[in-house]
Design a protein around this ligand. Sequence first.
Ligand SMILES: C[S@@+](CC[C@H](N)C(=O)[O-])C[C@H]1O[C@@H](n2cnc3c(N)ncnc32)[C@H](O)[C@@H]1O
Length: 262
Amino acid sequence: MLELISYVFGASFFAMMLVGGYFFMGTKGSWLIQRKFYPEKSDNIYWIYKNAVLIWITDRQFIVWLILLGQYSKMVDAIISSINSNTKKGKKVLQIGCAFGNISKRIANECKDSNLTIVDIIPNEIKRSRKKIKKAKIENCAFLLEDATNLSHKDSFFDCVFLFFLFHELPYQEKKESLKEAARVLEPKGKIIFSEFHKPEKKTLRILGWIFFRVFEPHAKEMWEDFNTTEVLNKETPFKWRISTRKYLFGNYQVTTAKKIH
Ligand SMILES: C[S@@+](CC[C@H](N)C(=O)[O-])C[C@H]1O[C@@H](n2cnc3c(N)ncnc32)[C@H](O)[C@@H]1O
């Protein structure tokens, strides 16, 4: 019996080390390696978001569920329910950042009589998302390889812009530029809808979040303090905004809607 317990314990420990090692190597480890050995190719995006095999391994619903502490579905539902009925017909909708293409399917289905453009900076993210959209027989989507900080569309082109967990990946200045770009390409009365981390109310969550960000997400803590989306929209864009935020898991996450008044 003791032998069986020690086998189970040993196997569980091994599995945890394997999963932990995978995540560390796919994220922070990949950064350290890129910076040391390929400084010219180094960027702020982890291998698990840009290598086709690692994307394939990581893109599992339970992994996403785990990363977002069980809040994924709730936040996606909130995003979908924030879509105006007039956005669903004959409009132009933009999603910045593929995020594996899962939320794109929901947006495309909800706005099936509109056109959804999905932009991402990583070719493999686009490839994977395009494959999913094709498999789901969704036809109202177009993909573009573009940087969120420098979109090619003209001013006021889109009726609605979605950003799903993009800002926390970007350095401070890029966060700001990408939000300003989203504001620029949005037409008056249109909405920016984004999901992101938020400073939790509970001290325990703040401590755990601080550790998680220190190891895995060096730009995410700016979402708690320095990067104030309301301030950027109101002070750094020439438009007026009506902004509302819904918080999830004791304030650990947010779904924010910013309506461009004029
Ligand atoms: C963190 S991922 C979102 C994954 C999310 N955690 C999930 O569970 O679905 C962010 C997405 O934004 C994309 N991205 C990162 N930097 C970008 C940039 N500067 N411009 C456009 N897309 C970018 C990444 O390639 C990725 O598809």
